[in-house]
Design a protein around this ligand. Structure first.
Ligand SMILES: Cc1cc2nc3c(=O)[nH]c(=O)nc-3n(C[C@H](O)[C@H](O)[C@H](O)COP(=O)(O)OP(=O)(O)OC[C@H]3O[C@@H](n4cnc5c(N)ncnc54)[C@H](O)[C@@H]3O)c2cc1C
Length: 345
């Protein structure tokens, strides 16, 4: 069986890994961060546990539902009961779409990374291992880290990192026939928005609401999403405290990318209080995450790209090809891994 190296241990990479392992392939995963899960990310600080990237998982196709509800099921899985309501640029709040709100909103009692951690168990994953460049040989690929050290030679490569982030990796790599411009012209069809997530902890806990989160529907507000993180599980915040997460709109995020954290908290906290019309105290806890590659506003075409690269033993998957949702990333990882398997047969 050929050896396969997977670059990235996010949802798509982990789902692909299991599909390949089931078919008997030897898998190695390189992940640049200190943990798995990519943008399905959870952090615990000062007694707060929060998902600072993706918020919850929607039930998608049977392939991803099976992973969540059967193969990697844990009693930690929860369905966020309260609905998502909407607001517009003039801060008018109203009930959300009843059909969408009737669907489960899956999370985990102690954070969304629970799923990735369960999926990562037993896999050959190298953390804090950023792949900087690849070298193609006749029937194999050698990967190199940022120091120029070899990370090993493998028969096949599966790249699962955000499509735009793959562009410099391809540019730095050496191909037998120079296809880097052709590959990158496909990858550049995707475009990710940048996004700032702001976490604001309050003591006492803010008022109880009939909703768990608010989403801006007309894209005319600086806040695009506001969620009450402690509604997922009261244990995610210290007793008496509560945590709100404001995901800022793409334009606001772009304009404030270089602005100091403290200044962003000072600007966002009153916007949150005004939106929900509540006299909130000064936050007792703050945190911020700048997502350079947040959600794909435009997708690239994986079938067109993989048709070029699959014969070379190189494949791509991830949300840049299917849309910014965890279930879509899981399903795409499974699909592309299956294409790799089928090509070998
Ligand atoms: C703020 C925000 C809110 C969101 N909200 C939701 C939501 O509510 N529901 C939902 O379903 N989805 C949501 N999403 C989208 C969802 O998180 C993504 O679609 C999904 O996690 C993408 O998975 P992926 O495997 O394609 O990519 P990623 O999760 O990005 O995984 C790629 C991995 O590759 C690693 N990597 C990158 N470069 C290298 C390198 N050179 N070498 C080694 N490793 C590398 C990264 O560290 C990462 O772990 C949200 C995303 C963000 C940012």
């Amino acid at each position: 069986m050929p050896s396969v190296v997977i670059i990235g241990a996010g949802s798509s990479g982990l789902a692909a890994a299991h599909t390949l392992l089931d078919a008997g392939y030897a898998i190695t995963i390189f992940e640049k961060s200190r943990g798995v899960g990519g943008r399905a990310a959870t952090r615990t600080r000062a007694g707060f546990t929060y998902d600072y990237g993706a918020n919850y998982i929607k039930p998608g196709a049977p392939a991803s539902v099976e992973l969540i509800t059967k193969r990697f099921y844990t009693p930690e899985l929860i369905d966020i009961q309260k609905p998502v309501w909407t607001f517009d640029g003039s801060q008018h709040i109203q009930e959300g779409d009843p059909t969408q709100n009737a669907e489960p909103k899956w999370s985990y009692r102690h954070g969304l990374t629970t799923l990735s951690q369960l999926m990562a168990q037993g896999l050959n994953i190298h953390l804090v291992s950023r792949v900087a460049r690849m070298q193609q040989h006749a029937n194999a690929w050698t990967l190199y880290d940022e120091a120029g050290e070899s990370m090993g030679t493998f028969d096949r490569v599966l790249i699962t990192i955000p499509a735009n982030q793959a562009v410099p990796l391809i540019q730095a790599s050496a191909f037998q026939q120079d296809l880097s411009a052709t590959i990158n012209s496909q990858l550049e069809k995707a475009h990710y928005n940048s996004q700032i997530s702001v976490l604001l902890g309050y003591t006492p806990r803010p008022k109880i609401r009939p909703y768990y989160a608010l989403v801006n529907t007309d894209r005319a507000h600086a806040i695009s999403w506001l969620s009450w993180e402690h509604e997922k599980n009261p244990e995610r915040a210290p007793a008496d405290a509560g945590l709100l997460m404001a995901q800022m709109a793409p334009q606001y995020s772009q304009e404030h990318w270089q602005v100091a954290d403290e200044e962003i908290y000072r600007d966002v906290a009153p916007r949150v209080a005004s939106l929900i019309d509540e006299a909130l105290p000064t936050p007792s806890f703050t945190d911020i995450q700048r997502w350079r590659y947040s959600l794909p506003a435009r997708k690239a075409d994986a079938d067109a790209l993989n048709a070029i690269t699959l014969p070379m033993g190189l494949t791509f998957c991830g949300d840049g090809f299917v849309g910014g949702r965890i279930h879509l990333a899981l399903e795409h990882g499974i699909k592309v891994a299956q294409q790799l398997i089928d090509q070998h047969l």
